[in-house]
Each structure stands twice: as C-alpha cells, then as structure tokens.
Design a protein around this ligand. Structure first.
Ligand code: F6R
Ligand code: MG
Ligand code: MG
Length: 365
C-alpha cells in the first residue's frame, strides 16, 4: 500500500476588501489550475480560505517536500495573483517573495504543513487554518490536545495514548529544534512553548504507534522577508482516533479563545475566535484573529469532506467569549498587552517610526 501525503499550503495573494477575504474568482482560478496541472500529480484537492488566505489542501503519493507538488502550489498561487492583479485586489501577490520557483516552497513565503502516512483502516484528520496570527498560536491547543489530561481524556483512559507523545519544538529565531518526551519533560517544554513568538510546536508523535500525529506550518514570513509583509497566518494538521486524540478532544481547546499575536497590523494580541469558513472574514479592527477546523475522512487519499466543525452551535459561547475578550483588549488601545511588546514589533512598520525619533533621545543625567 503506497503512503498518502497530505499537504496543506496557504498564501495571501491578494484579498478583498482590504485584508478580510479571498475573492471567489481567485478560488476558481486555483481550482482550474489544480484541475489542469494537478491531474497527473494529485489524488484529490480542496481549495478553500481562511480570512484573506487562499488555502490548498492536496493529497498525493509523492511524499513531503516534493518539488513537483510545491511547484504546482506555487504556480497556482502565481495564477491566483495574476487574477488578483486584474481585479486590483488588495496586496496582490503579497506572500510570494520571489518571481520564480526555486525547488521548495518553504522559505518562499507561503505557509506549509505536510504529513505522510500509511492510511489506517479509517483515517479521520482535522485541518486547522488561522488568519491574523502566527505559528505559535498552535502551541497552547497542541499542548492541550496531546499533553493535558483535563482536555484529553484519552491520555488517562486509552492504553494507546497513556505513554504520551513526543513534541518537536522549533526555535524560529535561532533556527534550531529540540524534541521533548512527554509527559516526563512537560515542565521543561513549557519553559519554551509559552514563548509563542519564538518557539513553535512543529510536530507531535505518538510514542505507542510510533507515528506522526500532528504537524504545523512554522514559516515566519516576516523573518524570511526581513520586513513586515503581514502576519504568518499558520495551518496545522491533526490525525484523530484509534490511539490518536478523538475528534472532540482535538477541537476542545478552541472552546476557550486564547490570546494570540497578529491582530491589526500584525501588532496586537487578540482572542482566537473559532468560526466556519464562511464566517472567517475578519472585520473588527481587522479581526479578531480566526481559526477554522475542517474535518476529512481520507479514503485511499480522497478527501471525504470537509466537515466545517466550528459552524456548530457548540462554539457559539466561545465566539461570545472571544467578543467579550476583544472588547476588553480593544479598550487598552495602543497600550501593552493589547499592543505587542517592542521586541515583537521589530517586523512591523513600527521600527521606521522609532528610527525617525532615534536622534532626539538624550541621556538622562
Ligand atoms: C493584519 C493585517 C491587517 C493590515 C492592516 C494594514 O495581519 O493584515 O491588519 O496590517 O490592514 O494594512 P496595510 O499596511 O496593507 O494598509
Ligand atoms: Mg492580506
Ligand atoms: Mg491573512
């Protein structure tokens, strides 16, 4: 049985109106491109969006980091950019940092999460997509899903989960990685993953099944570009059931909207609001940040789905709570902790203002 690869690749290649949504014609353009050029390469695909990010969910048998798959995604984003330019959409081509493809889409702007596995007799997966935030936004939910018995009953009850999970954590500033074995190294890991702007959970492995259970995109566009391009709106894939967390355990952390960086100008903290694809159109103060969860059953690589989980009324209270938190955070205006700390503002437009004033600072006697 050949292994299946699930590749989730996203980019903001122009949006409407402002930074709030992907125009339907861009989605159509992407579909046409994948239908044509993707015929030979893909088993299946879904084009969707979260806020202003165009998302390609692809299945194939070429494995992760495959040049042809990445090139297909790149070409698709290029064609969508062309359409965005025709429509004069906002920020056309924003996340594409080069004019030509260089072999691997990583490092070229788009965010990517890929996982390769032997499809189980039944293979439920959840694909998370977020807008107006950064890769560290997954740290708390992934911690809860795979390490917190108050969230995930399976860690206590399921013999296939009781040994715990390994977490690969990336230091996005120093460009290094480390694996934590949990539960015994939980406290060590928390020292790092609590700093969401720098450390990011890249992947999680089941210690019993010896398989990858989750993977996230950790690309930080602003670090790659060395300037503010927008936030690094991330994606994440989680496999569920039969020794992996149940779908309900995977969705549970999002019932409590946590604070993430990336709201307005990538410079503010705000609550991560769970919502349907249809409602992932950030408005208020360009937000609040959104997360969408799409469920699929894989069937020989075919994407059976999606089920748009956060359309469920069970998340109404989380949205209400997010709105209340948003009210409170907004009341702080330009003050921390609504606005990010100075260090984190380094990759926004703020340094230009500071540079202008640098000469006017004098020593205090
Ligand atoms: C946040 C975001 C928006 C923009 C804001 C200013 O990630 O995308 O909040 O930062 O609308 O956009 P520009 O500078 O393009 O006018
Ligand atoms: Mg945008
Ligand atoms: Mg975006």
């Amino acid at each position: 049985m050949p292994k299946v690869t699930l590749s989730v690749i996203k980019a903001d290649v122009g949006s409407y109106v402002g930074h709030s949504c992907v125009h339907p014609e861009l989605m159509e353009t992407a579909e046409q491109c994948l239908d044509g050029k993707g015929k030979e390469l893909l088993i299946d695909y879904l084009v969707t969006h979260v806020g202003d990010d165009l998302v390609l969910i692809l299945t194939h048998e070429r494995g992760t980091d495959h040049g042809e798959i990445h090139e297909l995604a790149w070409d698709t984003f290029m064609q969508a950019t062309h359409k965005a330019r025709q429509l004069k959409l906002y920020g056309a081509g924003q996340d594409l940092l080069s004019d030509s493809f260089s072999g691997n889409i990583k490092g070229m702007g788009p965010g990517i999460a890929e996982i390769e596995f032997e499809e189980r007799p039944s293979e439920p997966v959840v694909v998370f997509l977020a807008d107006k935030t950064e890769p560290g936004a997954w740290n708390m939910p992934l911690y809860k899903i795979f390490a917190d018995p108050f969230n995930t009953a399976g860690l206590v009850i399921d013999p296939k989960m009781h040994r715990g999970f390994d977490f690969e954590v990336h230091d996005l500033i120093q460009n290094q990685k480390i694996v934590f074995h949990c539960p015994e190294e939980l406290y060590d890991m928390l020292v790092f993953i609590g700093a969401m702007g720098r450390y990011s959970i890249k992947s999680v492995y089941s210690r019993t099944l010896n398989e990858m259970a989750a993977v996230s995109s950790t690309q930080r566009l602003n670090l790659m570009a060395g300037r503010y391009v927008g936030k690094d709106d991330p994606v994440c894939i989680v496999r569920c059931q039969s020794g992996m967390p149940a779908v309900g355990e995977v969705l549970e952390p999002f019932s409590h909207p946590h604070l993430v960086a990336g709201w307005m100008r990538g410079s503010h903290y705000g609550p991560l609001m769970p919502c349907s694809v249809h409602r992932s159109t950030p408005t208020r103060f360009d937000g609040p940040p959104r997360v969408v969860a799409l469920g699929f059953q894989l069937c020989h690589g075919k994407l059976v789905g999606p089920q748009d989980f956060f359309a469920d009324p069970a998340y109404d209270e989380a949205r209400r709570k997010a709105n209340q938190i948003a009210d409170y955070m907004r009341s702080l205006g330009p003050f921390e902790p609504h606005r990010l700390g100075l260090e984190e503002l380094e990759y926004t437009t703020m340094p230009q203002v500071m540079e202008k004033l640098a000469e006017r600072f004098e020593p205090i006697d």
